[in-house]
Write a protein that binds this ligand. Structure first.
Ligand SMILES: Cc1ncc(COP(=O)(O)O)c(C=O)c1O
Length: 404
């Protein structure tokens, strides 16, 4: 009997849908087409100027050799200090692990905590990578749907229905990719009660990567504070510099949590990637500590605030498109289900997004890979002119379709 060349593990992993759209948009652009790209998952801003200067200086003066596996002592201490303030709980540097991006932190966590047969609870719509990461760790992703009517926030009853002995991790992502929805204190308290009653043994992994990018009076609420005293030591916070400081390419993320988990994840990291890039860690340290940085972050947030309003205004003119105003991140998640289905021109959101890209040259990401068919994710991490022109193309395109 011949064996497949590819492992079952690798074969199970789906390619990232978001990267696939960006790739196709790039191909069309390279062929001379003027694509308006609403698929970006990263800020269209430069990193803070102090960060850029620091990298150039550090490249010349060092250190540039291997960094310690769990992160440089300086960066771990700075992260511990920052997260202690955010979460109202004293973290030591030994409770922090620095990795190659928040994605790597999450993968390390799933691999450190889960065994085959364990369950990872993932609220939908979800960031595309969580279910595949759970699969990589041989755990079973358990999806908990939410609705636009509930502000895309997982409801306590829905969570309660899936919790049990096998629950090993509960993922919370606030504000969320793709919906921008954030959990308020009351939401978290209600979820905390359910978790404490039905799965106090589980870890709650909070993906806070969009924590700083919040709008319209919404403030990020720490799950460490809000889930309750009993669960605080089971909460692991994942954070990083990618989104807040427009440093996606530096690949620095981190988590803070129990030392036992930090140590396990560090062992996995030691035999896979080693420590994150030395220069990038130096850059992240500057992002977290240089006093000139917050003003530049605020300027970026002002731009996102303006664009968010622009997109919501524009969408109000699009027939058959409904969206809940997002609390944070830089995405709007649009219900286009009136334009999909057996009676519509397009069977599903994937076909609709393909048509918008190939025929109308507007790149959006279909909702299906986020666990929410009938939707499109639109990123407003792009300039105002692109947003205006793109929205007008979408309006004309959807207006031309017969609704189901
Ligand atoms: C919800 C969420 N978590 C984590 C990440 C990964 O961030 P990083 O670039 O630091 O790996 C992303 C990036 O798109 C994200 O949207």
């Amino acid at each position: 009997m011949t064996r497949a060349n590819i492992s079952v593990r690798a074969d199970r992993i789906k390619p990232s849908a978001t990267l696939a759209v960006s790739g196709r948009a790039g191909e069309l652009q390279a062929a001379g087409k003027q694509v308006l790209n609403f698929s970006a998952g990263e800020p269209d801003f430069a990193p803070p100027s102090a960060v850029v200067r620091a990298v150039v200086e550090a490249a010349a003066a060092g250190p540039v050799h291997y960094a310690p596996v769990p992160g440089t002592p300086q960066l771990r201490a700075a992260v511990a200090e920052l997260l202690s303030g955010v979460h109202g709980r004293r973290y030591s540097a030994a409770e922090v692990l620095v990795s190659c991006g928040a994605k790597h932190s999450l993968a390390n966590l799933f691999l450190s905590i889960c065994d085959a047969g364990d369950q990872v609870v993932i609220p939908a719509p979800y960031w595309v990578s969580y279910p595949d990461m759970a699969g990589l760790a041989e755990a079973e992703p358990v999806i908990v749907p939410s609705s636009r009517e509930d502000g895309w926030r997982m409801q306590p009853e829905a969570l309660e229905a899936v919790l049990g002995e096998r629950t090993r991790i509960i993922v919370l992502n606030s504000p969320s990719n793709p919906t921008g929805a954030g959990y308020r204190e009351t939401d978290l308290k209600a979820l905390g009660e359910v978790i404490a009653a039905k799965a106090p043994h589980a870890f709650i992994v909070c993906d806070d990567i969009y924590r700083d990018l919040v709008y319209d009076g919404f403030t990020h609420v720490s799950a460490v504070r809000a889930l309750g005293e009993e669960l605080a030591s089971r909460v692991i916070v994942v954070d990083g510099v990618s989104k807040t400081y427009a440093m996606t390419g530096f690949r620095i993320g981190y988590f803070a949590g129990p030392k036992e988990i930090v140590s396990a994840a560090s062992r996995i990291q030691s035999q896979t990637t080693s420590g994150a890039a030395t220069l990038s860690q130096q850059a992240a340290l500057v992002a977290l500590t240089d006093p000139s940085v917050p003003a530049e972050v605020e300027a970026m947030k002002d731009a996102f605030t303006r664009r968010r309003a622009l997109v919501l205004e524009g969408l109000a003119e699009v027939p058959g498109a409904e969206a809940a105003p997002p609390d944070g991140a830089f995405y709007v998640f649009v219900d286009v289900s009136r334009h999909t289905g057996p009676k519509a021109r397009h069977a599903d959101d994937i076909q609709l997004a393909q048509w918008l890209l190939e025929e109308k040259l507007v790149a959006t990401v279909p909702g299906t890979p986020f666990g929410a068919p009938g939707h499109l994710r639109m990123s407003y991490a792009t300039d105002d002119d692109t947003l205006r022109e793109g929205l007008s193309r979408i309006r004309d395109a959807l207006a031309s379709l017969p609704t189901a």
